[in-house]
Design a protein around this ligand. Structure first.
Ligand SMILES: *[C@@H]1O[C@H](CO)[C@@H](O)[C@H](O)[C@H]1NC(C)=O
Ligand SMILES: *[C@@H]1O[C@H](CO)[C@@H](O)[C@H](O)[C@H]1NC(C)=O
Ligand SMILES: *[C@@H]1O[C@H](CO)[C@@H](O)[C@H](O)[C@H]1NC(C)=O
Ligand SMILES: *[C@@H]1O[C@H](CO)[C@@H](O)[C@H](O)[C@H]1NC(C)=O
Ligand SMILES: *[C@@H]1O[C@H](CO)[C@@H](O)[C@H](O)[C@H]1NC(C)=O
Length: 372
């Protein structure tokens, strides 16, 4: 008990010291700054900065324990990595402070945006139902924030803020991982094409609602080759060093459908602009040629147990107590059984921010942030 309460104090103290500089130095952005662009973040564990610390869920959907956070924050924030996530770097490049999780108590400052992402979440409400904040609920939280900002700033200023803001997504991973790992009769009752259509259909509905609220600039971290994460490689019988190709196949269907739908929105929705990052290619390049990107290992995780450290046991709090931890997370692409290290996140964030059109298109995030 004693160690658990001092652990909480430690979180509060460090959060406070992270947040204070942005408040005390008088540098908080005013809504009438013409270059002020807020960042609203939606999605899953790739982007969750700690929302799941505050919801009723199990350790499977949490990472607020050691060694998560060891490299950068030096304490576990609830991020599924050894350090910062992609949105943390994007906020830095955009000269914004770290964007806090929506569920973090005493967070009532939404002028710079807020993070709604929840580990385990999918587009579909059926995905990890009851354990996560699904995308629809994330949208309902956004609407609460929208109302609050309109009260605080007035309709006119709030409208400008929503129009200039960037809406960043990493979602869909769990819609495909979950049915693959559990015996989901819901998934099995649809053809793969129909299931992808449903995921994309619901995602499109969220994009359209945000557009109706004034949103114009949308960024997407599309799906990586999920069949090649350590957890999936570990499922392959024998020692084949292979990926699970069935899951990569449905991921490709999803990414293709997403790019089609984004092009369609660009034609149909007034002022709609987007940035789509080719995660699939970026991950694949690093797995094929790790040393070119500064990695020693791009198949096994740094933290976990079993083949490829593919068991979701990092930290020893999810049933399995024994786990291994590598000495230098930065030499790995994956920190645990399915999530990138800070080093990998930084590389992806840099490409999303200022990469060329072979990897991020039609605009990179730097361009999106720059549009007025
Ligand atoms: C949290 O969830 C568990 C299991 O679903 C349930 O037994 C418990 O009552 C819930 N706690 C709260 C505070 O809602
Ligand atoms: C999966 O669920 C179906 C019914 O929904 C059942 O018939 C089947 O045996 C289950 N398969 C496994 C591997 O549990
Ligand atoms: C959204 O998902 C639900 C299942 O959660 C499905 O019944 C519905 O048809 C989907 N909507 C669209 C527009 O695809
Ligand atoms: C696969 O086999 C190689 C060579 O025999 C071995 O070095 C490696 O540890 C094995 N990997 C797994 C995940 O068992
Ligand atoms: C950790 O790995 C990174 C990337 O390979 C390397 O640049 C760094 O020097 C390593 N650090 C230590 C302490 O070995």
């Amino acid at each position: 008990m004693a160690s658990s309460s001092s652990f909480h104090l430690c979180i509060l103290f460090l959060y406070a010291s992270l947040l204070i500089p942005t408040v005390c130095h008088g540098k908080t952005m005013q809504p009438d700054d013409h270059d002020h662009v807020a960042l609203f973040i939606f999605g899953d564990s790739v982007f969750d900065a700690g929302n799941n610390n505050y919801i009723n869920t199990t350790m499977n959907y949490r990472s607020n324990f050691w060694p998560y956070g060891e490299t950068f924050f030096k304490y576990p924030t609830g991020r599924f990595s050894d350090g910062r996530l992609i949105p943390d770097f994007i906020a830095e490049y955009a000269k914004l402070p770290l964007i806090p999780p929506y569920k973090q108590p005493a967070n009532h400052q939404f002028i710079n945006g807020v993070n709604f992402a929840s580990a385990g979440a999918g587009v579909l409400v059926e995905t990890h139902k009851g354990m996560v904040i699904d995308l629809k609920t994330q949208l309902s939280y956004f609407k609460d924030v929208e109302r609050l900002l309109r009260q605080q700033l007035g309709d006119e200023e709030a409208k400008k803020l929503f129009k200039r803001a960037v809406y960043l997504f990493s979602i869909g991973n769990n819609d495909y991982l979950f049915p693959f790992l559990s015996n989901s009769s819901f998934f099995q009752s649809y053809s793969q094409e129909k299931y992808v259509e449903m995921v994309i259909g619901n995602l499109t509905a969220v994009i359209k609602e945000l557009h109706m609220k004034g949103g114009r600039k949308f960024g997407f971290f599309s799906l990586p080759p999920l069949g090649c994460i350590p957890a999936m490689r570990a499922l392959k019988p024998g020692n084949s060093s292979g990926c699970v190709e069935e899951i990569n196949a449905i991921v490709k269907l999803h990414n293709y459908a997403l790019s089609e739908v984004l092009q369609k929105q660009e034609r149909q929705l007034e002022g709609f602009m987007y940035s789509s990052f080719d995660s699939y290619t970026s991950f694949s390049e690093r797995m094929e040629n790790p040393s070119r990107y500064g990695f020693e290992e791009a198949k096994s995780g740094c933290c976990g147990s079993g083949p490829y450290r593919g068991d979701n046991s990092c930290g020893g709090k999810r049933g399995v107590k024994e786990y291994q931890l590598c000495g230098n997370a930065s030499a790995y692409m994956f920190f645990d059984s399915g999530h990138p290290t800070e080093m990998a996140n930084q590389q992806f964030a840099k490409l999303m921010w200022s990469g060329t059109t072979d990897i991020v298109w039609p605009y990179n995030l730097k361009a999106l942030f720059g549009f007025t």
